[in-house]
Ligand binder design. Structure first.
Ligand SMILES: [Zn+2]
Length: 278
C-alpha cells in the first residue's frame, strides 16, 4: 500500500496548517538502542515531541539483535505511525558471536518475522563490514548475510543494508540475489564513490546518507558524490534517534544547492519507492 505517512495523522485542515513546515522521514534510526527496555520514558517522549515539532513524522528503525527486535516491536505497538520496525542481525553483532549463536538468532529472526510480518517494514540491518576485525570470520558474515537475504525474499520485505569496506563482494552477492529483478531498500550510511553509488542504484536500491555530511573534514568521497547523484537517488538518516538529522539535512542542502523543503519532499517520495513505508 502506498499510504502517505501524512494520511493517518492529519485532517485536510491539519495538513494545511502543517504546509509551512516540511515533513521529514528518518530513513534509518536506532530508537531501541537509544532507549532500550527500562530507559527513561519521559526522555523518550520529550525527544519524540521535539522531533515532531520540527516536522519529522516517521522513523524507520534498524535491527541489531533479539533484544533490539523485541524493543522495536514494543515501541511500534505503542506508536505505529512513528516507529516502523526493521528486524535483522547487524554485521557488528555477527562479528562478535559464534556460528551457533548466529544460527540460533537467525532461526529466531525467522520466527519473529513470521509472527509479525504485517507490522515489519523491512529486514536489516544486514550486510558485510570488513572494516574491523571481530571474533568471527568473513565466511560467517557472508553466510549470515545470505540467509537474511533469503528471509527478506521469503517475507517480501525491503532491505536495510550495512555495507562497509565490502562493496565488491556485496555487489556480487546482491546482483546474484536480485537475479535481474530490481531490489527494494536502502544502503544505509553510504560513503563510497559515485561509481560505487551507481552500481547500487542500478540494482534498484536507494542510498541513505546522514550525520557524516555535517562532519568537517570527513566523508570526503560522499560529499563529492552527493551533488553528482540525482535527487531521486538518496534519502536521509540519523542513524540513532533523530539527533543529528536536521543538521545533516542542512548540510545536504548546502552540498547540493537545493532548498531543504525540496529535499524533504523528494526524500519522502524516494522512501515510498523503497517499500519501507509499506
Ligand atoms: Zn544503523
Amino acid at each position: 500500500m502506498g499510504v502517505s505517512p501524512r494520511d493517518s495523522r492529519f485532517s485536510a485542515k491539519g495538513a494545511l496548517a502543517m504546509s509551512a513546515l516540511p515533513e521529514w522521514i528518518d530513513a534509518h534510526a536506532h530508537w531501541a538502542q537509544a532507549f532500550p527496555q527500562g530507559a527513561d520514558e519521559a526522555a523518550l517522549a520529550k525527544q519524540l515531541a521535539g522531533l515532531r515539532a520540527q516536522g519529522m513524522s516517521v522513523s524507520i528503525q534498524a535491527g541489531v539483535d533479539e533484544a533490539d527486535w523485541k524493543r522495536q516491536l514494543e515501541l511500534a505497538a505503542r506508536d505505529p505511525d512513528w516507529f516502523r520496525p526493521v528486524l535483522g542481525l547487524h554485521p557488528w553483532w555477527v562479528k562478535e558471536h559464534s556460528e551457533s549463536d548466529c544460527s540460533t538468532a537467525l532461526d529466531e529472526l525467522e520466527r519473529v518475522l513470521e509472527l509479525h510480518q504485517a507490522r515489519v517494514a523491512g529486514v536489516g540491518e544486514l550486510g558485510l563490514d570488513f572494516s574491523r576485525t571481530g571474533k568471527s570470520s568473513k565466511a560467517l558474515q557472508l553466510a549470515v548475510f545470505e540467509r537474511q537475504l533469503e528471509l527478506a525474499s521469503r517475507f517480501a520485505k525491503p532491505l536495510v543494508l550495512h555495507l562497509v569496506h565490502a562493496h565488491e563482494r556485496s555487489l556480487e552477492i546482491l546482483t546474484r540475489h536480485a537475479a535481474g529483478r530490481p531490489l527494494k531498500g536502502i544502503v544505509h550510511a553510504f560513503s563510497g564513490s559515485i561509481e560505487t553509488a551507481r552500481q547500487y542504484l542500478a540494482l534498484g536500491l536507494k542510498l541513505s546518507v546522514g550525520p557524516g555530511l555535517s562532519e568537517p573534514g570527513r566523508f570526503l568521497s560522499l560529499k563529492k558524490a552527493l551533488p553528482q547523484l540525482r535527487p531521486e537517488d538518496w534519502v536521509l538518516e540519523s542513524d540513532w534517534a533523530g539527533e543529528k538529522f536536521f543538521r545533516a539535512a542542512q548540510a545536504a542542502s548546502g552540498l547540493t544547492g537545493r532548498p531543504v523543503a525540496e529535499i524533504a519532499r523528494q526524500t519522502t517520495e524516494n522512501l515510498q519507492q523503497t517499500g519501507l513505508l509499506g
